[in-house]
Ligand binder design. Structure first.
Ligand SMILES: Nc1ncnc2c1ncn2[C@@H]1O[C@H](COP(=O)(O)OP(=O)(O)OP(=O)(O)O)[C@@H](O)[C@H]1O
Ligand SMILES: CCCCCCCCCCCCC/C=C/[C@@H](O)[C@H](CO)NC(=O)CCCCC
Ligand SMILES: [Ca+2]
Length: 500
């Protein structure tokens, strides 16, 4: 199914089709048909729903086929049957509701999935509903229709609910967090849609709906962000200080512009060319986990990581870097999006328990422009003397000058648009501003000093999935080689791989 782009999906009703030309005296023959819907892969990682019509010579045979097909489909337990859907009507170009109703609901219905839909009425509506109210027992998954901010709401709701149910204190920086059992589906309807793009390869609502229907899933790392001992937020994609923090803070005042706000604020932040002084300390990942700049096979890295985590004690030690930074970015996944199809860190992995920490030191405007431009083409954006990149498990940031005292619980901060509790000097174009703010998956953090760790990851699950997939491919190759009557070295190599 995966490799060949076609699979039996949802048998529909029985059709009766008459051949010949009514009105003419041709004898009528009856053909009994049933449609089968399947996923077809098209260009740029996009999927579409195709339909094939099968015909049988008798109604009984046709019914038998439909029955058997339904039985086989019911054995696929990873396919969801009941979903809880949250729609943000104000994300991106404000098309969330329409996208769901026109492009997603019809395919869910065709696939026999029932959905309870909640259109959010305020920010954090979905998060609060998931944390305290939703009866999650009755669902196989939660779907968010919106952008990265909406995904973040769902993530926070589900993680908080899981920790509350298991009596885990999220505020404790070293707490062993419990992974959530429910999967989150993303129907992209936001401005960046980075989490969808980086996991699926495209930000196309129909493709996402089809991934959800066939029960596809992808584990990912979750970073927790603390300020001293106070929990601030979780992050799954970008934690960015300096450039991306300034872009976000400025863009929040321009929400009415839709996705274009990021372009305008991006140009503004680029022209301001701010840099920030501070100290970054980090715990590097073990060497065998690879480096953000090497091209080592993901599977090798994972197996190595898994093995290492089973038998070895971490030998890395903390490193400290002080300096003047234009940007400090922690990419927990590639952060690919339509603006940058390969992302901030093209070889960052989705569920390996590490993030790529990218430090862009003070440099000329022209050099920074060259660095940014390389995010849009195939050149290596790390190949500059002022850029360094480390694969890390934890990191801390401390701005050089202490920050004005903030409320410890930032959720108590007023949420009025444009209100910035640390003073506008932080986010406007004043070259001497002491602090930027953190861009945490598109949400602003009001503390510059933060401590970050990879809090939830599922390496064993990822290793298992990748090995299973590889085994499928090798088994298929062995079958083909056997069918072709090959007994040469290729078959032996594959057979020994299988044994291994
Ligand atoms: N009904 C609502 N009214 C106002 N804000 C909402 C509502 N529902 C959700 N939100 C908030 O809107 C914010 C932005 O939403 P979303 O992420 O969907 O779009 P975006 O910011 O345009 O896209 P991206 O995050 O991909 O750049 C989120 O932080 C979310 O909490
Ligand atoms: C000369 C041309 C230079 C063009 C350079 C483009 C580089 C683009 C890199 C984009 C990285 C996106 C990282 C993802 C961040 C999301 O969590 C966040 C919320 O959706 N979006 C932004 O902060 C919005 C960020 C928008 C940045 C412009
Ligand atoms: Ca990662």
């Amino acid at each position: 199914f995966w490799g060949h782009g076609a699979a039996i999906a949802y048998p529909g009703c029985l059709w009766e089709q008459r051949q010949g030309h009514p009105g003419q005296f041709a004898s009528l023959s009856q053909v009994f048909c049933f449609p089968v819907f399947y996923v077809k892969r098209t260009k740029n990682h996009q999927w579409r729903c195709n339909e094939a019509t099968f015909s049988c010579s008798s109604a009984e045979l046709c019914e038998q086929w439909i029955q058997v097909t339904r039985e086989q489909l019911s054995l696929l337990t990873n396919r969801p049957k009941r979903l809880l859907v949250y729609i943000n009507p104000f994300g991106g170009k404000r098309r969330g509701k329409r996208i769901y109703e026109e492009k997603v609901a019809p395919v869910f219905q065709q696939a026999g999935i029932s959905a309870d839909v909640i259109v959010t009425e305020r920010a954090n509506h979905a998060r609060d509903h998931l944390t305290t109210e939703a009866n999650l027992q009755q669902y196989d998954g939660v779907v968010c229709v919106g952008g990265d901010g909406m995904f973040s709401e769902i993530l926070h709701g589900l993680v908080a609910r899981t920790q509350n149910d298991n009596k885990v204190d999220q505020n404790r920086p070293g707490a062993e967090l419990k992974p959530c059992m429910l999967r989150i589906g993303i129907i992209p309807a936001g401005s960046t849609d980075c989490i969808c793009f980086a996991t699926v390869g495209t930000n196309d609502p129909v493709t996402s709906a089809l991934h959800i229907i066939i029960g596809d899933s992808q584990p990912m790392d979750v970073c927790s962000v603390h300020h001293n001992d106070v929990f601030l937020r979780y992050s799954v994609s970008l934690l960015g200080y300096g450039f991306y923090g300034d872009v976000l803070a400025d863009s929040e005042k321009k929400r009415w512009l839709g996705p274009a706000r990021y372009d305008l604020s991006g140009v503004k932040a680029f022209l301001c060319h701010n840099y920030y002084k501070g100290t970054v300390s980090f715990l590097p990942a073990e060497d065998n986990l690879g480096h953000p700049r090497d091209k080592m096979q993901f599977l090798c890295l994972l197996v190595s990581k898994w093995f290492h985590s089973c038998v070895a004690v971490s030998s890395s030690s903390w490193k400290v870097i002080c300096g003047k930074f234009i940007a400090i970015n922690a990419a927990n996944m590639s952060c690919a999006c339509p603006r940058s199809p390969k992302g901030l860190s093209p070889s960052a992995h989705l569920a390996d328990g590490t993030a790529d920490l990218i430090l862009v030191r003070k440099c000329s405007r022209l050099d920074f422009f060259r660095h940014l431009l390389r995010h849009t083409n195939t050149d290596d954006q790390f190949d500059h003397s002022f850029v360094e990149v480390h694969r890390v498990k934890k990191f801390h940031f401390e701005p050089l000058d202490p920050q004005p005292l903030l409320l410890e619980n930032q959720s108590e901060l007023p949420k009025k648009p444009g209100f910035c509790p640390m003073g506008s000097a932080q986010t406007t174009c004043i070259p001497s501003a002491a602090h930027s703010s953190w861009n945490c998956d598109g949400e602003i953090l009001h503390h510059a000093a933060i401590q970050v760790r990879l809090a939830i990851h599922n390496i064993a699950e990822t290793v298992k999935r990748k090995i299973k997939l590889r085994l499928h491919l090798i088994t298929a190759k062995v079958s083909c080689l056997k069918a072709l009557g090959k007994t040469d070295s290729a078959l032996m190599t594959h057979n020994s791989l299988l044994k291994c």
